[in-house]
Design a protein around this ligand. Structure first.
Ligand code: R5P
Length: 291
C-alpha cells in the first residue's frame, strides 16, 4: 500500500540549505552530460584528475609487439593496477576478463599496417559496439601535418559526434610522423586542434622545453604518451616531470610491459602520478619489488 504520510509530512527538505554543487577536477568537463562526465571519472581519478592508463593497442598496426605476445598472460594480470586500459576491442574480448574494474579506452581508428603509410586510417569501430562493450572512451589517431591529415581529422570529428550521441568521450592521440619534430610548437598545435575539434581527452608526447605551455593551451586534460622503452628511472622521471608540469597522468605501454618487472613498474608509475613520489624513490621501490 502507498505510504502517503511519509511523502507529505517528511521534514528533511532543509529548505534553508542551498542545493549541493559538485566541483569537478577534470579540465573542460563541467559542461558535459552526466554520462560523459561519469565515464571520464572512470578513467581519471575524480579526486586528482589524473590517470595511469596502460596502453597495449600496438597490435592494431604492428602485430605481436615484444611484450604483447600473450596478452592473456602478460597484460591481464596487470589490469587491476591500472586506472584504465587502452586497447583494441579484439584484445579486450579475447584476452581480458570482463570482470576487470579498470576504465576502458578502446582503439577506434585503424587501417594501415606498419608496412604502409600510417596516416591512412579510417574509423574502426561503430558506436553501437562501443556501447555494447562498455567503453569509457574511444581513441583515435590524429596525424597533424601527416599525409592524410584531413581524413584523420574527419575520423576524430565523426567519433566525437557519435560519442556525443552515446555519452562516450573521445581520446585524440597526436600521432607524430618521423618527419615531424616533437617540440612544444608542434605538440601545442596538434593538441589544440584536437581539443577544439571536440576531443574530451588528448594524448601527446612529453617535451623538455615548453611542455607546461602545451598543457595550458589545451582546454581538456593532456595525458602523456610513453613512447619507446627507456631505462626505468628515465621513464619515471619523464612521467613525474609531465604531471608536475600539468599533465593529467600518463598512458604508457612499452615502458611498462617491456620492463623487467611490469607489475612493479606499473606500481612505480602510480606512485609518481598519484602520490607525487620522487622518481628516485619510486625507482627504489621498483628495484626492491624486482629483487
Ligand atoms: C600510440 O599512439 C598508440 O596508441 C600506441 O599503440 C600505444 O598507445 C603507444 O604506447 P607506448 O608508446 O607507451 O608503447
Amino acid at each position: 500500500m502507498a505510504d502517503l504520510d511519509s511523502t507529505i509530512s517528511g521534514k528533511q527538505f532543509r529548505a534553508d540549505t542551498p542545493a549541493a554543487t559538485f566541483a569537478h577536477a577534470i579540465k573542460g568537463a563541467s559542461a558535459l552530460d552526466w554520462g560523459m562526465q561519469h565515464r571520464l571519472a572512470r578513467i581519471l581519478d575524480p579526486g586528482t584528475g589524473r590517470t595511469v592508463m596502460l596502453a597495449f593497442d600496438h597490435g592494431y598496426f604492428q602485430g605481436p609487439t615484444s611484450g604483447l605476445e600473450r596478452i592473456d598472460l602478460g597484460i591481464a594480470p596487470l589490469a587491476e593496477h591500472a586506472d584504465a586500459l587502452m586497447c583494441t576491442r579484439g584484445a579486450l574480448r579475447t584476452s581480458i576478463p570482463a570482470a576487470t574494474r579498470a576504465g576502458l579506452v578502446l582503439r577506434a581508428s585503424g587501417g594501415p599496417s606498419v608496412l604502409k603509410e600510417l596516416s591512412d586510417e579510417h574509423t574502426a569501430m561503430s558506436i553501437e559496439d562501443a556501447v555494447r562493450i562498455g567503453a569509457d572512451a574511444m581513441a583515435v589517431q590524429v596525424f597533424v601535418g601527416g599525409e592524410h591529415e584531413s581524413r584523420s581529422i574527419q575520423n576524430l570529428t565523426t567519433l566525437v559526434d557519435r560519442g556525443y550521441d552515446a555519452g562516450i568521450p573521445v581520446l585524440g592521440v597526436t600521432a607524430v610522423g618521423k618527419e615531424l619534430v616533437r617540440d612544444a610548437r608542434y605538440l601545442g598545435l596538434a593538441t589544440r586542434i584536437i581539443a577544439e575539434l571536440g576531443a574530451q581527452l588528448v594524448k601527446t608526447y612529453y617535451c623538455e622545453d615548453g611542455f607546461e605551455d602545451v598543457v595550458a593551451g589545451c582546454p581538456v586534460p593532456v595525458i602523456m604518451a610513453g613512447g619507446k622503452k627507456l631505462p626505468e628511472l628515465e621513464a619515471l622521471t619523464m612521467a613525474s616531470n609531465a604531471v608536475r608540469r600539468g599533465a593529467a597522468g600518463v598512458d604508457m605501454g612499452r615502458n611498462i610491459f617491456q620492463s623487467a618487472n611490469p607489475a612493479a613498474m606499473l606500481q612505480a608509475v602510480r606512485a609518481v602520478v598519484h602520490d607525487d613520489a620522487e622518481p628516485g624513490e619510486a625507482h627504489a621501490r621498483f628495484v626492491e619489488g624486482t629483487a
